[in-house]
Unconditional design. Structure first.
Length: 256
C-alpha cells in the first residue's frame, strides 16, 4: 500500500514537471528593432490567435539589443535593422541557423503641423524648426542613415544644436507623439500607422540610400523554446505577415 502511494506521488511529480516544461515552451521572447514594433504587434496578435503560444516583444535599438544578446539575454529570436548587428551575433556564436531578410524599411522626416513646405532640406533650415528628433546613430540604423543624409546635404553643422537624441526609433516616436520636437527622423511604420497623429511625413529618397533590410535570426537558447521560435519564424515569412509589413509601408523581398 505504501509502495503504491509512493509510486503515485512519483507519477504526479513527473507529470507536474512535464507540465511545467510544457508551459515554459509556450512562450518566447523576441528582441525586435523599434521601427518594427508596430507591425510586429499586429503579427503577434495574429500568431497568438492561431497557435497556443505566446510571444513577448522586446523593442529597442538594434545595437542595444545586440549587446544584450551577446551578454546572455534570454531571447529566442532577434530582428535587427542592420546586418552588421546580425553578423556580430553570429560571430559571437549566439545564432541557431542563418539570417533571413523579412522586409525593407525607409527613412521618413516627420514635421509638426504649422511648418510649411515639402522639401526636407528647406524645412530643416527654417527658424520655426528649433528641435529635431534623431535616433542615436551609434545604436540605431535609422539614426545613422539619417545622420549620413544630413552630412551629405551639408546640414550637419547647421542643425547640430537642434538635435534631440533618442536611444531608438521608439523613443523618437514618443517625442513625436508628445509634440516635444518640431521635426524628427523616423521610419515608414509610423507614417502608415493609425498612431501617427498630427503632422506630415516626407520620405527621404536619394539614389545612394538603399532600403534598410530588416533581418531575422533564431538564437541559441538553453530553454525549450526552439520549436515555438521556428514556428514564429515561419509565420513571419508567411503571407499574413508579409501583408502586414506591406500595410506599414515596408518593401518585401522576392518570395522564394
Amino acid at each position: 500500500m505504501v509502495n503504491r502511494y509512493i509510486a503515485t506521488r512519483i507519477h504526479i511529480t513527473i507529470f507536474l514537471m512535464l507540465l511545467c516544461c510544457s508551459m515554459m515552451a509556450q512562450s518566447i521572447k523576441v528582441a525586435v528593432a523599434s521601427n518594427l514594433l508596430l507591425p510586429m504587434q499586429a503579427i503577434e496578435k495574429k500568431f497568438e490567435g492561431k497557435y497556443p503560444y505566446e510571444v513577448e516583444l522586446i523593442p529597442g535599438a538594434s545595437g542595444t539589443l545586440t549587446s544584450q544578446i551577446v551578454n546572455g539575454a534570454p531571447y529566442e529570436i532577434f530582428v535587427s535593422a542592420d546586418d552588421k548587428y546580425i553578423d556580430e551575433v553570429i560571430d559571437k556564436d549566439k545564432a541557431h541557423g542563418g539570417p533571413q531578410i523579412i522586409c525593407f524599411g525607409t527613412v521618413y522626416l516627420w514635421v509638426k503641423s504649422g511648418i510649411a513646405g515639402d522639401d526636407p532640406e528647406a524645412i530643416l533650415k527654417q527658424e520655426k524648426v528649433r528641435s529635431i528628433g534623431l535616433a542615436h546613430p551609434d545604436l540605431a540604423p535609422y539614426g545613422k542613415l539619417s545622420r549620413d543624409w544630413l552630412e551629405v546635404k551639408q546640414l550637419g553643422v547647421l542643425v547640430h544644436d537642434k538635435i534631440v537624441y533618442g536611444t531608438s526609433i521608439g523613443q523618437v516616436n514618443q517625442y513625436i507623439a508628445a509634440g516635444s520636437v518640431d521635426a524628427a527622423f523616423t521610419s515608414n511604420s509610423l507614417k502608415f500607422s493609425q498612431k501617427k497623429g498630427e503632422g506630415k511625413f516626407i520620405k527621404i529618397e536619394e539614389i545612394w540610400m538603399d532600403p534598410i533590410p530588416q533581418t531575422m535570426l533564431i538564437l541559441k537558447t538553453d530553454g525549450p523554446g526552439l520549436f515555438v521560435a521556428t514556428l514564429f519564424k515561419d509565420f513571419l515569412l508567411g503571407k499574413e505577415s508579409r501583408r502586414v509589413f506591406q500595410d506599414f509601408g515596408y518593401e518585401l523581398p522576392v518570395a522564394e
